[in-house]
Design a protein around this ligand. Sequence first.
Ligand code: ADE
Length: 243
Amino acid sequence: GVWTARIVTLFPEAFPGILGLSLTGKALAQGLWNLQTIPLREFGVGKHRNVDDTPAGGGAGMVIRADVMDAALRDAKRGGPAGPVLYMSPRGRPLTQSRARALAEGPGVTLICGRFEGVDQRVLDAHDVEEVSIGDYVLTGGEIAAQVLIDATVRLIPRVLGNQDSLAEESFSIGNRGLLEHPQYTKPAQWEGREIPEVLLSGNHAAIAAWREAEAERLTKERRPDLWRAWADAAGKHPGQAS
Ligand code: ADE
C-alpha cells in the first residue's frame, strides 16, 4: 500500500488544495502517495446533519460532537489502520522535522481538522488521538495545518523529491546537524553593488564547507537560541563558543 493521508474535515473541497500542485501534486498523480477525505458533514445528526453543539459548562462557540466524530473515525478506519490519528490543534505538541520523518516511514496518517472551539475530549481519548500544532498562533480551522503536515511529510517519501541530496543539507536535517541552513547565492557574482562571499567562488571545497558550517551556527544562534542550545549541548559546546 502507498503512503496514505486520510482527512476528516467539514471542507473536503479544501483538498488537495496546494498539495495538488508542484512536487506533491506530481507525486500524487504518479501514485507515490494517496489522499482520502472523509466529509464530517455526512456523519452529522438529524435533518440538518448537525455536527456540533454548545460547550458543556457554557462559554462561546461550538464543540464537535463525540458521536459524530466517532462515526467519521470508524469510517476512516474501515480502510484498515494507516498510521496514527492526529488532531490538528494549537494545543498540540509542535510539529517537527523528526516527526515528519517518522510519519514518512510509516503507512500514513489520519488527520482530524477542527473548526469552532474544538472536539469533544471523550472521542479524542477513545480513539487515542494525539494533538499536533504547527505553531503558536490560532488558525480558523485545521485544514491549512493538515496541508502543512502532509507537505512536510510527503516530500520525505522516497522518489517524491527529484534530488534527494538536497534533503541532507537543508534546515533541521541530520547532515546539517539539526541547525538552520546556511545562506545561498547564485550568479551574477555582482548584483547592485553586492557580492557573493569570496570563499564560495574560491573552488576550495574544504573552505566552503567550513564557511557553510560557521554560517549555519551563526544563524541558528542568532535566530533560534532553542535549537542552538540543543545542538551545543549535544556537541558538548558551551553556548557562545565558536566551532
Ligand atoms: N488549528 C488551529 N490552529 C492550529 C495550529 N496552530 N496548529 C494546528 N492546528 C490548528
